[in-house]
Design a protein around this ligand. Structure first.
Ligand SMILES: O=C(O)C(=O)C[C@H](O)C(=O)CO
Ligand code: ZN
Length: 280
């Protein structure tokens, strides 16, 4: 068995107010990503969003169903987004091969049965970050190369939030049921992501932090805008952001993160912004 999964339940903002550090990490932090030769999944009951990773080395890894789905194949009722944050690799979908270089992505539509992950080099493997959400329709599988993304420059050095946001899996780039994924990179000298902060009660979100230097960290802020909490995050860790929560972070050095979302609508810009001086 090369696939592991664990379950996280949804939590009320009233309850989260009283969580201590250990409990908040237990409920929201995902710290088993990018383990070699296994697929590790976390199944969140927020919008039934599954987060995981596949790092194949000498042999390929197969996308196996998990008991939580009670489905013969993982994608019988789901869609899947994949972003490679490692070196060159390949994803095979029902016999068709897609080569994915560093920071290239693949959208895999509902109904595909046989999905396999492999690396070109066992020493420098591909590192596939995976997000999956329930799907009601089979859209075509599509590769999103680095030139296919929509790029937006945000923030400024003066407010320490200069960053480049790249939209990979959004409905203006690829047909999707509900999954959205993209990548944001903080510019050297800046530290803040997603500041001014926002909430979107229509959608939950998961942030996967990577390119964090070993001796550095990102402090991720969550919680209701007037009742914030923080989680210190290291490289290759993800954090679940409930629909009622802000999701913002400040790093001790530059870093990148992948955001993945699911929920009520496909409008990337649907956000309720918070006034910075009203955060508590
Ligand atoms: O830096 C940012 O701002 C983001 O990356 C924001 C995320 O894309 C997001 O929160 C979308 O709702
Ligand atoms: Zn958001």
């Amino acid at each position: 068995m090369k696939t592991n999964y664990s379950t996280r339940y949804a939590a009320s903002p009233q309850d989260v107010k009283s969580y201590d550090t250990a409990r908040i990490r237990e409920e929201f932090l995902i710290d088993n990503l990018m383990e070699k030769n296994v697929i590790n999944f976390t199944y969140s009951h927020y919008d039934r969003f599954i987060t995981g990773s596949a790092v194949p080395t000498n042999s390929s890894l197969k996308l196996e169903t998990i008991d939580a789905l009670k489905a013969e194949n993982f994608l019988d009722r789901r869609e899947l987004g994949i972003i490679n944050v490692g070196q060159a690799g390949k994803v095979t979908v029902d016999g068709t091969e897609y080569a994915l270089e560093h920071k290239e992505a693949l959208y895999v539509g509902q109904g595909n049965k046989n999905v396999k992950f492999s690396s070109e080099s066992a020493e420098n493997p591909a590192m596939f970050y995976l997000n999956s959400t329930p799907a009601h329709k089979a859209f075509p599988t599509k590769k999103i190369g680095r030139n296919d993304v929509e790029t937006v420059e945000l923030g400024s050095p003066e407010t320490a939030n200069a960053r480049t946001l790249r939209k990979y899996i959004v409905n203006s780039v690829v047909d999707v049921c509900q999954l959205q994924m993209g990548m944001t990179t903080i510019k050297p000298g800046s530290s803040w992501n997603t500041m001014p902060a926002h909430v979107h009660d229509r959608r939950m979100e998961i942030y996967f932090y990577f390119e964090v230097a070993e001796d550095q960290a990102v402090c991720h802020f969550m919680g209701e805008p007037t009742e914030t909490r923080h989680i210190w995050m290291g490289n290759n860790q993800a954090v679940i952001s409930p629909p009622w929560s802000i999701h913002s972070g400040s790093g001790t050095s530059s870093y990148s993160f992948i955001w993945g979302m699911a929920g009520e609508n496909l409008d990337y810009g649907d956000m309720d912004h918070c006034k910075i001086n009203e955060l508590r």
